[in-house]
Write a protein that binds this ligand. Structure first.
Ligand SMILES: Cc1cc2nc3c(=O)[nH]c(=O)nc-3n(C[C@H](O)[C@H](O)[C@H](O)COP(=O)(O)O)c2cc1C
Length: 195
């Protein structure tokens, strides 16, 4: 199936980061998450290393465990203050409102045939596939690199090995309409150099 070119650009441009404050009641199903992760693997990958790995956190127990770890790690690294308490509240809101949280991980090719950066770029492409597909399935979500992504306790929770790089979280939930305004983008003159 091929989209018409106007449909294709319209769809790409209409993808939004939908933030958890806009998520509504209702859980996503495992089937929906599988559909998103199926899209992920069609990302380009140098030497077919397929360096993307995803951990899906959906059960209330696992979500609570994760949120508690994030909050503990925040207080341990930044101390307890009004500012960190507010941030901890935000972590709780984000975790609780998300129906599913996907940890995005890069696992390096065992033979290290590809520079680390290229492996990271391939994972980013996979995440974009997830994001575009979530838009077509009317599922809200966004990529967050915050929330104590690389704290030791989080790495342990995710069972990561030493060389694995945790690239953040993809928070997902139901939504019907986002109020988030489209962030303006540069015009081509500003980012294209015709040589
Ligand atoms: C690698 C990456 C990391 C991001 N991390 C965060 C984050 O930590 N917090 C956040 O609010 N948004 C984060 N975002 C989402 C951006 O805020 C969002 O893409 C931007 O506002 C543009 O909106 P759009 O995705 O709807 O076009 C991240 C996006 C990318 C690509």
């Amino acid at each position: 199936m091929r989209l018409k070119q106007e449909e294709s650009i319209e769809w790409i441009a209409s993808r939004r980061s939908v933030f958890p404050k806009e998520f509504e009641e209702g859980s996503l199903s495992e089937t929906e998450i599988e559909l998103l992760l199926e899209a992920a693997k069609w990302a380009p990958t140098h030497k077919s290393t397929e360096p993307w790995r995803f951990s899906v956190i959906m059960s209330p127990e696992k979500k609570t465990k994760l949120i508690n770890l994030q909050v503990e790690a925040l207080f341990a690294s930044k101390g307890e203050s009004e500012m960190t308490a507010a941030k901890a509240g935000k972590f709780r809101m984000i975790g609780e409102k998300s129906s599913a949280i996907i940890a995005i991980v890069m696992k390096r090719d065992i033979q290290e045939r590809i520079p680390v950066n290229e492996e990271l770029w391939a994972v980013a492409c996979a995440v974009q596939n997830i994001h575009l597909h979530s838009a077509s399935l009317n599922i809200g979500g966004y990529w967050s690199t915050g929330a104590m992504t690389n704290d030791d306790s989080i790495r342990e929770f995710l069972n990561l090995e030493e060389d694995d790089i945790h690239m953040g979280w993809f928070y997902l939930g139901r939504y019907s309409k986002t109020k988030t305004l489209v962030k303006p983008r540069m015009i081509q003159e500003d980012y294209v150099n015709w040589m």
